[in-house]
Design a protein around this ligand. Structure first.
Ligand code: HEM
Length: 559
């Protein structure tokens, strides 16, 4: 006879009358297995129970409730992407998590429906918590940020709403965008010219590190002025601090004692915030920084933020301006230089976008011509974004919502549009969806649709469009291209980024030759590191070391 009891010294124990036989122990073990199995089955069944008959199908985790969270923590964006690709028959599905639901959308038309339902599905309520953790905001600033999120027309507006509208208006097509694009391209040209002038011998570099150095310093300069602390105070190591911050965003987001568990990103952020606060307190904002930064700082101050808090928030704009641009430029340069025929083709296209100066000493790069006369370059850019972006557009379900008249989404849950799944879906892009096709977007013919979600035209002056995939004779839904997100949070910097990246790639393609560092020859293209939180275009799994040779030593001038 065996009995289950609790013993304070030894914990849970089996008590017997001393006559326990092997059969008794076997029975006990079977009972224990049955109890554990029963509890497991109960939890498993509970997590698969739909909260509503029209709730999207539930994909249960083998470890009830917490399994998906563990999967995301251990495998990053690859985890949900894998589930999405294995369940292509489900345009939307539910991942049960403790106390909530995550609805994953993998179908472009449902993604468009999510974007349209912006009254009940909104990213904004999630922003205060996210930026508090990432930026380390103090309680007063958080209270300001929380005011009047998602205001109705005519209602009082909070700082996020004002900032959103200003940034979208400023970076939309028009003179301000053109001025900023020109300023950025000129700053990058200045840096490339300085590098060319200083380089007499071939240099071996890590291509990503080389590209992002230019983009980091260039962006800091055209946004915050030449005396910005990243450029003017090299002793602070702010460039490294910036990338430490970027590479530790996931840990900062966890918010568990960040000064200990996310030491490098925490210190990087604090160094950047302090240096920007000192700088912005000292300079004459009207003349030293670009107009968009003047407007950002003015909005934050008008809403009552302290100068130090406003400077801290600028770390996020620096992040938005640098990280995706640097990483995308890296991929575009790499993909072009890894294919000699493609390189020749892009150089031939760029010949139509440059002219020699009268004295023959300078190369004049025409920004507009780069955008309009280089279809292959533009296609490579878009293909790099398609292949490199596994991003998720995230929304909180504010009130119970029926999506597209069919799918019940419960209030308090989270919806995520899975860009990585859509970008890899053969049903959308054709059977070669896994391949990098430099001409994919040349083969896709744009139309003049005005949907703002697609951005496969990405900054060419028109939003959206329904490109037709000539080979497959079907259309790619405008919401299937997710690199810039979509709907109310569609990246406001997409036009600017396109201009800047195309100009910068043009300078590199025209000015340099790149070889594999290990003895020259073809440069290999590594896979992308997809086991991280996909907050931006993914980095390569391994470093790409190249030898840089100056091809055309002439100064580049942007016109
Ligand atoms: C290749 C370059 C870039 C890519 C791939 C990119 C991508 C994105 C993505 C995916 C989002 C979130 C969209 C969503 O959640 O639906 C976003 C938001 C944003 N991006 Fe970009 N971005 C790029 C460059 C830039 C640049 C250069 C700037 C500014 C100069 C910028 C400013 C912003 C801002 C301010 C937001 C937040 C918008 C909001 O919700 O209020 N981005 N970007």
């Amino acid at each position: 006879m065996l009995q289950l009891s609790w013993n304070w010294d030894w914990g849970l124990s089996w008590a017997g009358d001393g006559s326990g036989t092997a059969a008794d122990w076997g029975t006990a073990a079977l009972t224990a297995i049955a109890v554990v199995g029963g509890v497991y089955l109960l939890l498993y069944r509970m997590q698969t129970a739909r909260k509503h008959p029209d709730e999207p199908p539930i994909i249960a985790s083998a470890v009830p409730y917490v399994g998906h969270l563990l999967g995301m923590a251990m495998q990053g964006g690859r985890y949900v992407k894998g589930i999405g690709l294995r369940n292509r028959d489900k345009p939307i599905f539910t991942l049960p998590v403790p106390g909530s639901r995550i609805y994953i959308v993998t179908d472009p038309s449902l993604a468009a429906a999510v974007q349209r339902a912006s009254k009940t599905l909104s990213f904004t309520p999630l922003v205060p918590d996210i930026i508090t953790r990432i930026l380390g905001l103090d309680a007063d600033t958080v209270a300001i940020v929380r005011r009047h999120l998602d205001p109705e027309p005519g209602a009082p507006r909070g700082v996020l709403a004002d900032m959103h509208d200003m940034v979208y208006a400023y970076l939309g097509p028009g003179d301000a965008l053109n001025d900023l694009s020109l300023a950025a391209a000129r700053e990058l040209a200045r840096q490339v010219n300085a590098f060319t002038a200083a380089s007499s011998l071939p240099e071996t570099v890590d291509l990503l590190v080389w590209v992002r150095h230019f983009v980091t310093l260039g962006t800091a300069a055209f946004l915050y002025g030449e005396q910005n602390p990243l450029a003017a105070r090299p002793e602070l190591g702010l460039e490294d601090a910036f990338w430490d911050f970027d590479h530790g965003l996931g840990r900062l987001l966890m918010g568990v004692l960040p000064s200990l568990t996310a030491r490098a990103p925490y210190r990087g952020r604090e160094a950047l915030a302090a240096a920007l606060a000192d700088y912005l307190a000292d300079v004459d904002l009207d003349t030293a920084v670009s107009p968009i930064i003047q407007k950002r700082v003015a909005i934050m101050r008008a809403h009552g933020m302290s100068p130090a808090a406003a400077a801290r928030c600028e770390v996020s704009f620096l992040f938005a301006g640098i990280v995706n641009t640097a990483t995308t430029t890296f991929w575009v340069v790499l993909q072009i230089f890894a294919r000699s025929e493609l390189l020749a083709c892009v150089r031939a296209e760029l010949a139509g976008a440059v002219v020699d100066s009268e004295d023959g000493k300078r190369l004049q790069l025409d920004l507009d011509a780069v955008k309009t006369r280089c279809p292959t370059l533009l296609s490579v850019f878009r293909e790099c974004l398609r292949v490199g972006s596994d991003n998720y557009s995230t929304r909180l379900v504010k009130t119970d919502t029926v999506l597209a008249g069919r799918h019940f989404l419960r209030a308090g849950s989270v919806v995520q549009v899975a860009g990585g799944v859509m970008h890899a879906d053969p049903a959308i892009w054709g059977p070669d969806a896994d391949d990098f096709d430099p001409e994919r977007f040349v083969k896709l013919q744009g139309s003049s649709s005005s949907s703002s979600s697609a951005s496969t035209t990405a900054g060419s002056g028109t939003d959206g469009g329904k490109p037709q995939q000539q080979q497959q004779h079907h259309q790619v839904h405008p919401a299937a291209f997710r690199a810039f997100g979509g709907g109310k949070t569609l990246c406001p910097g997409r036009h600017f980024a396109t201009n800047e990246i195309l100009a910068f790639v043009a300078m590199i393609v025209l000015g340099f030759d790149l070889d594999a560092a290990d003895g020259g020859g073809e440069i290999a293209v590594p896979g992308k590191e997809d086991g991280v939180l996909p907050v931006h275009i993914l980095e390569p799994k391994t470093a790409v070391n190249v030898r840089i040779l100056v091809r055309d030593g002439r100064e580049i001038v942007v016109v």
